[in-house]
Write a protein that binds this ligand. Sequence first.
Ligand code: SF4
Length: 65
Amino acid sequence: MYISISGGCIGCGACVALAPEVFELNAANQARVHSQSPQDPDVQAAVRKAEQYCPKQIIFADADD
Ligand code: SF4
């Protein structure tokens, strides 16, 4: 699973709340991926939720990596 975030983050923190193993907010309150390609199925599921619930729809997770 390769995860990317495109532009337009509003810093709501939803992705960080759902999957802190993968996402964090930087000093400018922009989400970034701090740990790529999670192997844990629970974390992958949390990333899918973040992808679904991001209010800006800017999180993308590829199934394979
Ligand atoms: S859920 Fe979307 S808008 Fe909110 S912090 Fe994460 S990437 Fe940014």
